[in-house]
Design a protein. Sequence first.
Lengths: 266, 106, 155
Amino acid sequence: MYTRIILTLALAIPCLAIAGDDKSAEEIAKYREMVSDGNPAELDEMRGEELWKTAAGTKKASLEKCDLGKGAGVVKGVYAELPRYFADTKRVQDLESRLLTCMTTLQGIPEADITSKPFSTNNYKSDIEGLVAYVVGQSKGMKMAVSLKHPKEKEAYEIGKRIFFYRAGPYDFSCATCHSENGRRIRLQDLPNLTTNIGAQRAYTTWPAYRVSQGLFRSFQWRINDCFRQQRFPEPVFGSELTVALTLFLAANANDAVYDGPAIKR
Amino acid sequence: MGSPMKIRAAVKDGITEVKILMGHAMETGLRKDAAGALVPAWFITEVTAKHQGKVVLEAQFGTAVSKDPYLVFRFKGGAKGEKVSVSWLDNKGDTRSDEVEITEKV
Amino acid sequence: MVNLERRQALKTGGALGLWGVFASLGLMPSFAHAEWNKTLFSAKSMNEALDLIGAVLPETSGDIQLNVPEIAENGAVVPISVSSSLPNATQIMVFVDKNPNVLAANFNLPAGTETFVTTRVKMGQTATVIVLVKADGKLYRAAKEVKVTQGGCGG
């Protein structure tokens, strides 16, 4: 098992241009500090706010009646409490799956229209990703407070935890392979230890984010899908119970930290 | 028409600071797409900022300016409620103009 | 009008100034659309760019502050901030010496605009960011190397 990981990491080494000594780490910290001023994710937030307020779909409705957990139309602070159990759908939902519910039920947009192309590319801007940018930006500065009171929330947490440690795929990877030890790194990227409060807090509160390397805003569902891709797992269904559960596990581990997204990342 | 800019203009101690985010692909013309074909150059060439109609900055960009350009500059003067407008022009002739009111920086 | 101010800048900018060169190349702008100088923005080296401006590489100046990261985690976004205490500055030019087109951006500063600009540029590889500031018709220089680590091999 270990040999395999080392081998995989070794394959990535040609990309490592500069060793991560203390001086480099300091300079990279300075770089990150400098790019954090003027985050292009703000453009996605603007786009998302417009989409939220604009009538769309066969029902010609805006999303201003959408209940993201704190009542119809409330956007402020909702992301810090998601995922959560929703009585109307009788399931735990994260932001993306809840937006999907609102867009299909309130606006009458066919689900497949949304889930077939949920992520932006260089030539395409995804509506749901724009909405995500707007909603998460409205929780900036708020404390993460994900509830584990409802039995379904507790259940989701346990499912999420199992997925996190579940080893599979051709490399026998799990999320935990990369994210359950302190000080692990791929190239220059320090990998957060998501099993600790502090690691989960640092990671979760800075997603979604504008990815500099791709020049695009990326949602949390995209982040999880990309982890799965790197584990050589099949791509999960958008808004599926599996990704919601994993998101809840990570979000709850980040509780009490101040949400600071959308961030900007390399 | 391009996508809306995000502009902030805030005055403090007689100096107005303007921060502009422009949504633009800024294609260099040197990048290849997945099929191996060159993606044509497409980038903002000029940016003009005005305060109450008077030009306060003129910028020309080359292909090296990053995607979704960010620009910060400062000019003397400006008062709360006065207008700062920014417009850009790209190499395909597309343009975009947006305007904000100056706020007081605390 | 923009154009009128440009012409005034030309009159006061000195024969070897950028706008002087624009005029000598027949590129003197007559309306907004033509103001982007294709020749200069296509210069492949610092020497070629300096030839086009009609200048030799000026002295470095301690009166220009160039703030760039020593290491850029991703060359797609390299933050650059320039400020200067040089009096009567009218222009800031930002170059990246190893880029395919060396001139990244040019800023004309009307009277009353501070000699300060922050922006972001792309860098294909480790290179030197060179900034030229024109003040009282004379060019001054500041330069710093930025190491670029390519981050394009994974998620």
